[in-house]
Design a protein around this ligand. Sequence first.
Ligand SMILES: [Zn+2]
Length: 453
Amino acid sequence: MDRPRVTIFDTTLRDGEQSPGCSMNVQEKLRLAQQLDRLGVDVIEAGFPIASDGDFEAVQRIAASLRRPTIAGLARACTGDVDRAWQALQGAARPRIHVFLATSDIHLKYKLRISREKCLEQAREAVRRAKSLCADVEFSPEDATRTDVAFLCQVVEAVIAAGATTVNIPDTVGYSMPEEYGNLIRTLRAKVAGIEKVTISTHCHDDLGLAVANSLAGVQEGARQVECTINGIGERAGNASLEEVVMAMRVRADRYPYETSVAGEHLYPSSQMLAEITRVPVQPNKAITGRNAFAHEAGIHQDGMLKNPLTYEIMTPQSVGVPDSRLVLGKHSGRHALALRCEQLGHQFERRDLDEIYRRFVVLADRIKKVQDSHLIELIQDVSSGSASHGDGTANKKFPPAAASLPFPRAVSVAAGVGDGRSAHVLGNSGQATVSISHADHHGEQEDYLWGV
Ligand SMILES: [Zn+2]
């Protein structure tokens, strides 16, 4: 049986770029867009062309260089914006103009200072204008979830009549609850004339941590496009995380039987590339792409994992492009995991030696929390050379207390090949070659913001 297809609309380069500290230059946007193409997203929202010359150029260059995905340019509901977006999209194989206008009373009254009648007229006119230029037109009633439902139905009906092909329902302020958001999609499908001719889209913000849940609720009620971003970046608390939406539908296809075109093995590399470009690290416990997402530390978990990964793993690291499941060696680790890691490092031990290594390992782990391979190698060398034991054998030696003294283990690996002098710190998942970000790093402020919750 064919599963319904859900269009993945990536807005990392537009909504995502609006995150504090996530701005990207044209070259970086182009590089990320090429990765999004490899990832297989259907639509790339490349920017907001009238917002700046840089945005215009980014949309233009991405439109000219990628042939498979649809390239969208954002525009407010006015002629100048729509025309500028169209100009930027000239080279696109599949252009889309994305027009938006706020529809909630609070936005109409305080931000736009226009009446509902004027709003309706402006939405209709802008979509008509866009349609006269481009066959593929998306309309977003901004702050839809706080808009009077009857008025929202009226606006959606008007823009469909004016030629919109996708209607996006933004939870702009991240206020909705999943059931509520699902009901709104259901209501639109029941009440709006012509709704069956268009694709309904979700665009949910994460202010209450519900962006992914709301997006999925929308899909269950008939939305067939999800707007989302890599690592969930976006305004304020961010947008729905692309990797979470995609993997939720893949892992739980029994409950969410929908297809997407996303190639799972490119999820982790995409996340890493974004972190590298913006230098905004992924939170360690971030679902799917955080460096702890596939790490197992508790001894009983590690033991289970080694016997059969299904004991604690609902998807394989490989399915999302993480090279290998990684057992973090910490003080809760057992002998079994330690012996395996030693083996992977090329050392096999008799029971007696392993006991000694384990004893020292536990003392060390108590002190530095996470034992890196380099630590383990030194420890192995100490035991092998028969050096006198003083506790963990590391007194006054080079084990950095680093990670343990920071509120979060901000371990990063150093990526090669970035020649812009920014030294390219990237969150690594390998647990290898870690260094700590110095407090002098000029992105410290930005990190405080992002790591503050
Ligand atoms: Zn948004």
